[in-house]
Design a binder for this molecule. Structure first.
Ligand code: PGA
Length: 246
């Protein structure tokens, strides 16, 4: 049985180092004794050094630059994140596309630099309200993965995150998430092979909580979850871990 993946996206939270430590320790505590599950917590960069990951709860970041180092004021590279303990990076999140103007071309460069730094890249794709899922998701996948070899794809994870469901409390129905997951695998089959498409983990994200979490695994047949708001509540996040890891 392959491990389910639960990724916590803390976004620009919490405000204090002590709170970050407490939240991280609570995730580790929640994961104790839970099998077949990989948890990844993605805090703001500044907390990386003070959080001690273990086998069950690893660290990731929410962004990286596409160059290794250089004159890019305010930026942090994938190599730096890796050196500070990160093993994963979320790329192409809808908030970065929206507020930082990230395009699929930029995301493609970032994925390549993440993989060079030996990080696992979590590519977020999803349509806005009123857009056609298949058109948007296909185009995002083709452009973001352009030039990636079969070998590089071993370290890529896909996350279906419909923009209208992120941070809104309006989660996607498990049926729609099932269709999106199948569509993502169909697109990967066209680009690579059916074999590869079945190996790439596909997650769901967007208003996941302790109540709706299981449906995405059982009904939508996805490989895990990307959790924002609910990952900032220690008890609720532990509930999600226990629910999926049962
Ligand atoms: P949410 O965020 O769970 O708060 O909707 C999900 C995400 O941003 O990945």
């Amino acid at each position: 049985m392959t491990k389910k993946i639960i990724i916590a996206n803390w976004k620009m939270n919490p405000k204090k180092a002590k709170e970050a430590q407490a939240l991280f320790e609570a995730a580790k505590e929640g994961a104790r004794g839970v099998k077949n599950i990989q948890i990844v917590v993605c805090p703001p960069f500044v907390w990386l050094g003070i959080l001690k990951s273990n086998v069950q709860v690893k660290l990731g970041v929410q962004n990286c630059h596409w160059e290794n180092s250089g004159a890019f004021t305010g930026e942090i590279s994938a190599a730096m994140a890796a050196d500070s303990g990160a093993e994963y990076v979320i790329l192409g999140h809808s908030e970065r596309r929206r507020y930082m103007g990230e395009t699929d071309e930029i995301i493609n460069l970032k994925i390549k630099s993440a993989l060079k730094a030996k990080l696992k890249a979590v590519l977020c794709v999803g349509e806005k309200f009123g857009e056609e899922m298949s058109i948007v998701v296909e185009s995002q996948i083709i452009k973001s993965l352009a030039g990636l070899s079969v070998n590089q794809m071993k370290d890529v994870i896909l996350a279906y995150e419909p923009v209208w469901a992120v941070g809104t409390g309006h989660n996607c129905s498990p049926d729609n998430a099932l269709s999106a997951g199948l569509f993502i695998r169909k697109t990967l089959t066209k680009l690579y092979s059916r074999f590869l498409a079945e190996k790439v983990p596909v997650l769901y994200g967007g208003s996941v909580d302790d109540e709706n979490d299981n449906a995405y695994i059982d009904q939508s047949r996805l490989d895990g979850l990307l959790v924002g708001g609910a990952s900032l509540d220690a008890e609720e996040f532990a509930g999600i871990i226990k629910g999926i890891g049962r």
